[in-house]
Design a binder for this molecule. Structure first.
Ligand SMILES: [Fe+2]
Ligand SMILES: [Fe+2]
Length: 129
């Protein structure tokens, strides 16, 4: 399951890179929205998968972790709506904001979950021996 989470984290980073290039090239707002669409969909799916794992393993910090996911999704939806209505010119500042959110979540909140899952796996290996 850690591999699945790692894979999905990499996919989120990859889409952000594509979005970054799209913004740097000065592509149309429609194209930027399309990539942001992909990012929002993938983030939503990934959060659901991660939450299922947390529930299955009775992760103690699940409530706060889920709250953080909900906050991130809410911000993403707001940004997406503003951009689709042409209210926000999506530039480097927003790109940096997205990167900061993702980085803070992956390196903080998700890292703690990974360590928890790692300990559980290490424990189950010992029992097998
Ligand atoms: Fe997470
Ligand atoms: Fe995650």
């Amino acid at each position: 399951m850690q591999l699945l989470l790692e894979k999905e984290h990499q996919q989120l980073i990859d889409i952000l890179d594509v979005l970054d290039k799209c913004v740097l090239k000065g592509n149309s707002a429609n194209q930027v929205v399309k990539h942001l669409d992909d990012f929002v969909t993938l983030a939503g799916d990934h959060f659901k998968n991660e939450e299922k794992i947390m529930e299955a393993y009775k992760y103690t910090d699940i409530t706060d972790h889920k709250k953080e996911h909900a906050r991130l999704l809410e911000r993403l939806h707001t940004l997406h709506n503003q951009l689709s209505k042409g209210q926000t010119p999506f530039g480097k500042d927003y790109m940096q904001l997205l990167r900061n959110w993702l980085e803070a979540h992956l390196l903080g909140t998700d890292k703690r979950l990974e360590e928890f899952l790692y300990k559980i796996n290490a424990g189950s290996d010992e029992k097998d021996i």
